[in-house]
Unconditional design. Structure first.
Lengths: 117, 111
């Protein structure tokens, strides 16, 4: 059972271009989360999705950022018109349905390092 | 509001015990987690504790929770060089609520 797969591992974009980050959750997981990690910072929540639904996007910047998790295919985090401040590591995580009395268990991918020139 | 604080750096010798500390502010936190991040990799869930527990032990790992002081610690017994990594403390309210992470503690284990 492969883990959470993210691609690409490294993405370089020039200011104003678009960045598309992909995430395939673990088999059997229907919940996907995107987190962003700035240098020397902890992970900051961005968005939580289930298949075809955005459940919580309270951590997403209001402009230029969007996320989807279609019925078929990976989850996509899309950043339009990137700026230097978008440079960060973007991590995707997935989780199985939470069992009663159990904690939320997130399984993380290896991340995509976005560098904006 | 939610805030999770950790010390930034810890250095120990191989074979010693390591204790990584974390404080949190949200008294509603239900679950508290420890994640490990090795260079260039994602986060690996090490262990978690439910807020009605004081202690949880899993092989070399011991988690202690002082709910009154909102203090969480991770003790690694017989620390090995392979334990060198960044350790993140995180909290969540329950169920599907999102995790709030600390900035991480870099553990360096020297031979």
């Amino acid at each position: 059972n492969a883990g959470v797969m993210q691609n690409p591992r490294h993405l370089v974009r020039r200011r104003g271009q678009e960045a598309r980050l992909r995430c395939s959750p673990m088999k059997g997981h229907s919940h996907v989360y995107w987190y962003r990690q700035l240098p020397e910072e902890g992970l900051k929540f961005m968005v939580y999705l289930q298949k075809e639904n955005i459940i919580d996007e309270s951590g997403m910047p209001k402009e230029r950022f969007s996320a989807e998790f279609p019925k078929e295919g990976p989850s996509i985090l899309r950043i339009q018109q990137v700026v230097r401040g978008d440079s960060a590591a973007y991590f995707c995580a997935s989780s199985p349905p939470v069992q009663e009395g159990d904690g939320e268990k997130l399984f993380f991918g290896s991340g995509t390092q976005l560098s904006v020139l | 509001g939610e805030d999770v604080e950790q010390s930034l750096f810890l250095s120990v010798r191989e074979g010693d015990s390591s204790v990584i500390n974390c404080t949190y502010t949200d008294s509603s936190s239900t679950y508290l987690y420890w994640y490990k991040q090795e260079p260039g990799a994602g986060l690996q869930l090490l262990t978690y504790i439910f807020s009605n527990m004081d202690m949880k032990q899993d092989q070399r790992l011991t988690v202690l929770l002082n709910k009154k002081d909102k203090h969480l610690s991770l003790r690694i017994a017989d620390t090995q060089t392979g334990d060198s990594a960044i350790y993140f403390c995180a909290e969540s309210l329950s169920g599907y609520s999102t995790l709030t992470f600390g900035k991480g503690t870099m553990l360096l284990v020297s031979p």
